[in-house]
Write a protein that binds this ligand. Structure first.
Ligand code: FAD
Length: 410
């Protein structure tokens, strides 16, 4: 019987494992709860009506159309690591010889009261559409029922790249599009606030880039509140630990993540944020047949950031290790190459930090950000669509995707 590899998750990591095994003497099954791969770095653009969902999502079967990879669209519900069987909510259980867990993360509320009930996460395509719908619905309500305190205001909890990009994109949507769509509403007075518990936004970036990002946000009329944590979220209000209360009908939660629940199905001891603890070769200690990569995994001796590159490089590495084992060779340790970090604050402004310490900001940083995101997007059609949309948005100041998407009962 051929060696059977099951990969859980068709995100940045899982796709690279499956691709890396093409041509190998193995049967590969790739399982994902969705039938598409999501390019999460551009989710905020769907939430702020700059792009549509199918610009940033790509059908998994399309990626592996001409390859023997078997795709199963189903949610993993149980894993028996002794019997080596993965069960899903649809179809027969899948037996494996090697299992790769690449199921990413889910939004984490850190136990803060009211987050789950009143804040909108930004982790998936449906989250992004839910935020866009919610925002547009607030504007329609204001147009019909009149303004109430906080009706058009937004509080974004978390000043990392997601929070900063969301705030910048939102301000552009408000000032350049919705202000003209709703001339009767005081859109310019709507407050968009980013709350970050660290002493500056973009933790992990060089200090001067963090200061520049905060200054740009403020210049673009985004309130930046730093050095204080969110204490509680109620309907229409965010309460900060220092007692301040920020009224806002829309609260976006971009403050943290924890491992996807799949990690708990393994029945092994987990690390920080419920992540799967791996050794130097990315396999689970004591279980050489079990690998974990990307956001869901952590090597406590070499923790990596939960961004796309560790997942991409980890996926390639694990495919290579599976091949080595099949050839009777030992596995090698994973060596991560840092490719830097970047975040955009909106039109003509981004901050980029290279591994050698060089930095780029402003228009050049923004062009680098645009180029890199286009390169890593899945599929030529999506790249072209995104490029055309960006050019259109840039030249016309328009946002074509500001539809209130119909819900199931429409
Ligand atoms: C809003 C946002 C913005 C970001 N911006 C950037 C950025 O600018 N740059 C950057 O480098 N990184 C960014 N990231 C982080 C980056 O997207 C992640 O680090 C990366 O996606 C991790 O890849 P992964 O393969 O580990 O998991 P993911 O890409 O999250 O893929 C996990 C897959 O597992 C599937 N899955 C989960 N549970 C199950 C189950 N039970 N059964 C079946 N399938 C399951 C999911 O459907 C998903 O397809 C951003 C993330 C978010 C949320």
């Amino acid at each position: 019987m051929r060696h059977r590899v099951v990969i859980i998750g068709a995100g940045f990591g899982g796709i690279r494992v499956a691709r890396g095994l093409q041509g190998a003497d193995v049967d590969v099954t790739l399982v994902d709860a969705h039938n598409f791969h999501t390019f999460q770095p551009l989710l905020y653009q769907v939430a702020t009506a700059g792009l549509d969902t199918d610009d940033i999502a790509y059908p998994i079967r399309g990626i592996f159309r001409r390859s023997p990879v078997a795709v199963r669209v189903a949610r993993v519900t149980a894993i028996d690591i002794e019997q080596r069987i993965v069960s899903t909510d649809r179809g027969e259980p899948l037996a494996y010889d090697t299992l790769v867990v690449a199921a990413g993360t889910v939004s984490h509320d850190f136990g803060i009261d009211g987050v789950a009930e009143h804040a909108l996460p930004l982790k998936s395509v449906s989250d992004a559409v839910a935020i866009r719908n919610h925002l547009l619905d607030r504007f329609e309500s204001a147009a019909i029922d009149g303004m109430q305190p906080g009706r058009l205001d937004v509080v974004i909890c978390g000043g990392g790249p997601t929070g900063v990009e969301m705030a910048g994109g939102l301000r552009e949507l408000y000032d350049r599009v919705l202000e003209h769509d709703y001339p009767e509403l005081p859109v310019a007075e709507a407050r968009i606030t980013v709350v970050e518990m660290d002493d500056q936004v973009l933790p992990g970036f060089a200090d001067h880039l963090r200061d520049r990002a905060a200054a740009t946000l403020r210049h673009r009329s985004v309130d930046v509140v730093t050095g204080v944590a969110v204490g509680q979220v109620d309907a229409g209000v965010v309460e900060l630990d220092d007692g301040r209360r920020l009224a806002a009908d829309t609260v976006v939660w971009a403050a943290g993540v924890r491992a996807a629940p799949v990690a708990e199905l393994l029945g092994i001891e987990l690390g920080r944020q419920g992540r799967i603890v791996v050794g130097p070769d990315l396999s689970v200690p004591g279980h050489p047949e079990l690998f974990a990569i990307g956001d869901i995994a952590i090597d406590p001796d070499h923790p990596l950031p939960q961004v796309a590159q560790p997942a991409i490089q980890g996926g390639r590495h694990v495919a290579a290790q599976i091949r080595r084992r099949l050839d009777g060779r030992d596995t090698e340790p994973f060596e991560y190459t840092d490719k830097g970090s970047m975040a955009t604050i909106g039109r003509n402004e981004a901050v980029t930090e290279f591994p050698n310490g060089w930095t780029l900001a402003g228009r050049f940083g923004w062009l680098a950000w645009l180029g890199l995101h286009l390169v890593y997007l899945m599929g030529f059609r999506n790249r072209l669509n995104v490029l055309v949309n960006w050019a259109w948005n840039y030249l016309t100041y328009d946002r074509a995707s500001r539809l209130l998407a119909p819900s199931d009962d429409d």
